[in-house]
Design a protein around this ligand. Structure first.
Ligand code: BTN
Length: 335
């Protein structure tokens, strides 16, 4: 069996071990038989897998009669490399990796229905059917972005869904700012913007009863190393690399994201909604006094923002003075 995937399509754990072994020994040539013995496959399979990994962009030197050596540390989101950057927090304890998948959210919802633990993360190098909010698609170029879905099992009611969504945006804001040094804004409910263009979107999906959440899936897409955006997106979206003018480590951004998610989730459970919404307001220029067009299922209006309610709703003020709480919809800045 020399396919790099399990029957379910996720990356074979032995591939993870192979990459980890090469990274651990990055300065030395590791003999093929040693690799074969350590990961439990034949030498032929090692050779075949190394070829496949090279085709995926990993720079692996082959030294005749000696073995293999990494020429550069790969920025690939396999569990062992990401977990090495995490502590013992629940979020990220289990990571399921795909080279290619339709949608990590679809996989995570299935895993959640099968009983996956709180904190399980599904991550892919490429999505062929990435899902965005409001029925849109999410552009998921291979090895350029972070496409991750995190399963949470909050002891909360479905009414907590909006604040969980804000919590995810806030955690992503902290992670992206810290990992890049860029100035990042949050557009309600949880788009991250750099210089007015979107770098991160979050799609929250869930399974619930009337009074109890079974599982929440936070689907997070971050444009990290795209060197350009497709023409239809170039006016509204950008990547961290395009803004920072340097390549950014996807591993560092994903690890920071998972650490911040764990921290903000604990904060929400311990201190309640306001601890999240107050921090969200401090991080977003959209919270107060921003002139925006709101688009909802029932229509559009020009309004001014007036803070975020502890429930996670955006407070808006119409020009005639009326105020309202927006629970769902889209917000676009009007200049
Ligand atoms: C948005 O429209 O702003 C939300 C985009 C969410 C995209 C992410 S990528 C990982 C996860 N899997 C999906 O299919 N969608 C989310």
């Amino acid at each position: 069996m020399d396919n790099m995937r399990t029957a379910a399509g996720s990356t074979d754990r032995r591939i993870d071990k192979l990459i980890h072994l090469l990274v651990r020994n990055a300065m030395v040539v590791v003999p093929g038989p040693k690799i074969a013995a350590e990961i439990g496959v034949t030498r032929f399979t090692v050779h075949h897998w190394i070829e496949r990994l090279r085709a995926l962009g990993l720079e692996i030197r082959g030294v005749p009669m000696e073995g293999y050596q990494l020429a550069a540390i790969p920025d690939i989101l396999v569990p062992s490399l990401v977990r090495a950057e995490l502590g013992d927090a629940a979020i990220g304890r289990e990571i399921v990796h795909y080279f290619r998948i339709g949608s990590t959210n679809a996989v995570a919802l299935n895993l959640a229905a099968e009983g996956a633990d709180h904190g399980t993360v599904v991550v892919a190098e490429e999505q062929t059917a990435g899902r965005g909010r409001l029925g849109r698609a999410w552009f998921s170029e291979k090895s350029s972005g972070i496409y991750a879905s995190i399963i949470l099992r909050p002891p909360l009611s479905p009414a907590a869904a909006p604040v969980l969504t804000l919590m995810a945006g806030l955690a992503a804001h902290k992670a992206v700012s810290a990992a890049t040094g860029l100035t990042v804004d949050i557009r309600w409910p949880n788009d991250l913007l750099v210089n007015g263009r979107k770098v991160c979107g979050i799609l929250t999906e869930m399974s619930a009863e009337l009074d109890r959440l079974h599982a929440v899936v936070l689907g997070i897409g971050i444009n990290v190393n795209h060197s350009l955006m497709p023409p239809e997106l170039e006016n509204i979206a950008t990547s961290l690399r395009m803004e920072a003018h340097r390549a950014i480590s996807r591993i560092q951004v994903l690890a920071a994201l998972l650490r911040e998610l764990d921290r903000h989730y604990q904060l929400l459970l311990k201190s309640g909604n306001k601890a999240i919404t107050e921090r969200w307001e401090a991080a977003s220029t959209f919270a107060h006094g921003k002139r925006v067009r709101v688009v909802t299922a029932t229509g559009e209006a020009l309004v001014t923002t007036a803070g975020v309610d502890p429930s996670g709703a955006l407070k808006i003020q119409y020009d005639d003075g009326r105020t309202e709480c927006l629970m769902a919809g889209e917000v676009v800045e009007v200049k």
